[in-house]
Design a protein around this ligand. Sequence first.
Ligand code: GTP
Ligand code: MG
Length: 159
Amino acid sequence: KQQTLAMIKPDAMEEHKDKILEEIHANGFAVVQQKELVQSKEAAEEFYTEHREKPFFSQLVEFMCSGPCMMLILDKENAIEDWRAIMGPTDPDEAKETFPNSLRARFGSDVLHNSVHGSSTEEYAEEEIRLIFGDISSDAELADDGETDTTVIGEPLNL
Ligand code: GTP
Ligand code: MG
């Protein structure tokens, strides 16, 4: 079993959250934890720190802080790669050409506003889960009996 950090980005929260959650469940992911929050500028900068030198970094940070997002820890075999495949390519225009059923093809509007995030490697998954949820996921790993607890935290938080 493997865990990944998935995010429904601010552009998709109002119109597409339910359909994205449906897709998550239809594809057999267990939702270990989920919460809605509004990221501070500092939190968004830290989350996407790998892109600090990119020309789009300030746009990206501003977008990520522009409203609530939903963070989810997804668990299943091959979760990282499978979730990335369901998201589709970064640019929704490319996604529409190559993976028309992907989330970004269906719900993204441009290369910045692309509706969802997913960790790209095991290292990033661990780091992002720790950043967003703290160290709680280590308990789930220790008690690895094949079951995962589903915790829903309904109140939007400020990071
Ligand atoms: P994430 O799952 O969000 O990390 O997307 P990704 O791994 O498919 O792409 P990447 O990590 O390279 O970029 C992170 C995010 O920055 C993307 O999801 C977009 O929101 C944004 N982004 C990426 N490339 C561009 C770009 O060329 N221009 C702009 N404006 N935004 C970009
Ligand atoms: Mg990325």
